[in-house]
Write a protein that binds this ligand. Sequence first.
Ligand SMILES: Nc1ncnc2c1ncn2[C@@H]1O[C@H](COP(=O)(O)OP(=O)(O)O)[C@@H](O)[C@H]1O
Ligand SMILES: O=C(O)[C@H](O)[C@@H](O)[C@H](O)[C@H](O)COP(=O)(O)O
Length: 183
Amino acid sequence: MTTEACSRQPINRGRVIILCGVSGSGKSTVGQALAKRLGWHFIEGDSFHPHTNIAKMQRNEPLNDSDREPWLYRLRDEIKNCLAQENQTVLACSALKARYRAILCLDCRVNFVFLIGKHDLLRQRLTQRAQHFMGPDLLNSQLDTLELPQHGLIVDINQPVPVIVELIVSWLASKKNGCQRPG
Ligand SMILES: Nc1ncnc2c1ncn2[C@@H]1O[C@H](COP(=O)(O)OP(=O)(O)O)[C@@H](O)[C@H]1O
Ligand SMILES: O=C(O)[C@H](O)[C@@H](O)[C@H](O)[C@H](O)COP(=O)(O)O
């Protein structure tokens, strides 16, 4: 994305906040609460996985780059639609690697928030979570895959959901529609 492309984007018209992090970091929980707080749309990134990916994770096999590619491009199309329709949207999507985030970062109106936590807390939350295809067994692989971001907001998950939501809301208010690189 060039500076010129950036400066062409209208301020505060269509915006997508992507909540990233490993499985169990709270992307869906915080994402839904954030969307409700802001009155924005919420999109669950897991819903865009091909069924083969879900089946693989259910078998406790980690996804690889090739598995994730079609999923990321489906999400990219979805983000493109949101921006074209000027929808304000919160998207929950692990986006573990910088190159995945680059696929999703269409322009300055897409911003990333990272939910970061310690292994023990993540494992505990994954173990307690009911009725989900992903258990705790892929946590090590998720953490190994995670490339910590150089840009965006990083939030410690060891605090209540409403506190996390307000941190994100304050950050958004402070940054308006400023450019953020996808790394
Ligand atoms: N900040 C938090 N405090 C306490 N429990 C949380 C918090 N965030 C998420 N949880 C719980 O942790 C589990 C995993 O959260 P979830 O939103 O499913 O994570 P993800 O979407 O990143 O896999 C859920 O049972 C959820 O209720
Ligand atoms: O790229 C991946 O390996 C997956 O997207 C993964 O990161 C994601 O976490 C799963 O889809 C499980 O879903 P939850 O994140 O909701 O546990």
